[in-house]
Design a protein around this ligand. Structure first.
Ligand code: NAI
Length: 458
């Protein structure tokens, strides 16, 4: 082991969304920072998650638009999907962003250390023959795809990691897990022409969303020819040369060319010395208090290893929060309840705040309103269906906004301000929303809930 170096103010372990955001903000605030990464700067979001998946989803949308051209009087059709070309486009996006990020980190005064870090104490991390010590450690080691007992990943059985790099499009796919990754990939494969079946153990797809959203998604998926098997639990899977056969609890079998396993992501915290440094973990996650402090003084955790939502933007916010906290700024904690969520399947889902069921539990009496996109000009122009659903505490603020339909992710910013600032429908109703935009649907929903509907039936 080499000699111990001059201590840093902050040593960040992991260069994904949470870790690099923390390092950048800490450097901006004049702290001396080391950022340790064993793979590529940018982590899951940039290399195996958000960005490459959303690039595939955009290519899928282009395919659907071309296929649907005649509906708009444009005589287009889809000849074929050139998967290598799709992947070149995807990789082009990833590598431009990767270069940009590397530029940001090298322009900041951050010591970027390539290698695998091992905690040797609550204030030091060994990387190869270097020992980096810090007044504060930030654990930001992220998450990885999980599988189930008896379900070995390999060949025809893949996770999202492999699904992003397929060399050939399968003719048929079973997607195990109808959560966020499951429905996004179901959407991609269907747009690229495959037969798709989603198998979900719980009674509905996207079970973390409002029930009305799940119902609408299942309806829209059925219309797109995607089979949804809800309340169906995995029992076994057996691949052979041409297909993989999935057996459900109860004995029914399904088969397809490919099985995509999307049953959640687990924390990456093993074998990095966390326990021997005294850091408490819970099923691999690192529990923290509201200020992201672990049980060991001076050690913080951010992003997917902290129990709660696993979202890149939560990681960014955690990272910035911790840097500011260390710098003594006393920032306000990042609470999961106010974090917006977007699922980029077709139709797209966006939500913030409480579902109807959660609001009823929390607030007792509530009021809800669903504004149908059938009344929204721009949505009709795009040919999309869906709705904006508002949940309010009776006589009180909006506590949840749930949206489904093409491009609804772009509406979540205003929804977040409304929920975050505890606005009432009466506060929002006088705000003029531009016409013709899909954003008007949010405005109209608030007008209706404030008792003055305009383009709203019933
Ligand atoms: P998830 O937790 O969203 O969904 C996993 C689903 O698998 C659940 O609905 C669960 O009931 C089901 N499941 C579990 N065991 C099963 C079994 N034995 N048989 C059938 N179904 C079973 O996890 P997912 O989709 O893997 O995503 C991981 C994380 O990544 C999530 O936290 C998600 O929010 C995040 N993510 C976010 C994206 C976004 O913001 N657009 C995109 C992709 C992932």
């Amino acid at each position: 082991m080499g000699e111990t170096e001059r201590p840093y103010d902050v040593v960040v372990l992991g260069g994904g969304s949470g870790g690099y955001a923390c390092a950048l903000r800490a450097a901006q605030l004049g702290l001396r920072v080391a950022l340790i990464e064993r793979d590529k700067l940018g982590g899951t979001c940039l290399h195996r998650g958000c960005i490459p998946t959303k690039a595939l989803l955009h290519a899928a949308e282009v395919a659907d638009t071309a296929r649907d051209g005649r509906r708009f009087g444009v005589n287009s059709s889809v000849d074929s999907i050139d998967l290598p070309a799709v992947l070149r486009y995807q990789q082009g996006v990833v590598s431009r962003l990767h270069k940009g990020l590397q530029g940001l980190v090298s322009a900041a005064t951050i010591d970027y250390v390539e290698g695998t870090g091992l905690l040797t104490s609550p204030t030091s991390v060994q990387v190869g023959d270097r020992t980096l010590s810090g007044r504060h450690l930030v654990l930001a080691t992220g998450s990885q795809a999980r599988t189930l007992p008896g379900l070995d990943i390999g060949g025809r059985i893949v996770t999202s990691d492999e699904a992003l790099r397929l060399t050939k499009l399968p003719a048929s796919v079973i997607v195990l897990g109808g959560g966020v990754i499951g429905v996004e990939f179901a959407s991609i494969f269907r747009s690229f022409g495959a037969t798709v079946t989603v198998v979900e153990a719980l009674p509905r797809l996207v079970p973390a969303e409002d029930e009305a959203i799940s119902k609408a998604l299942e309806r829209a998926f059925r219309k797109r020819g995607i089979t949804c098997r809800t309340g169906a639990r995995f029992a076994a899977a057996a691949p052979d040369e041409t297909s993989v056969t999935l057996t459900l609890d109860g004995g029914e079998t399904l088969s397809a060319e490919l099985l995509l396993v999307a049953v959640g992501r687990g924390p990456v915290t093993e074998g990095m010395g966390f326990e021997s440094a005294g850091i408490v973990t819970d099923r691999g996650f690192v529990p923290t208090d509201e200020r992201l402090r672990t049980n060991v003084a001076g050690v913080y955790a951010v992003g997917d290893i902290v129990p709660g939502l696993q979202l890149a933007h939560r990681g960014f916010a955690h990272g910035v929060f911790v840097a500011e906290d260390i710098a003594g700024f006393a920032p306000a904690p990042v609470l999961d309840g106010g974090i917006p969520k977007v699922t980029y399947c077709d139709p797209e889902i966006a939500s913030v705040g409480l579902t109807e069921t959660q609001a009823r539990e929390r607030h007792g009496e509530i009021a809800t309103y669903e504004y149908n996109l059938g009344g929204n000009g721009k949505s009709q122009i795009l040919g999309t269906a869906g709705f904006v659903k508002l949940v309010r505490a009776v006589e009180g603020p909006i506590v949840g906004v749930h949206m489904i339909g093409a491009r609804m992710g772009e509406q979540v910013g205003e929804a977040q301000l409304i929920v975050g600032w505890e606005a009432t429908p009466e506060d929002v109703a006088p705000l003029v929303h531009a016409h013709p935009t899909q954003n008007e649907a949010l405005g109209e929903a608030h007008l209706a809930l404030a008792g003055k509907p305009l383009h709203a039936h019933a």
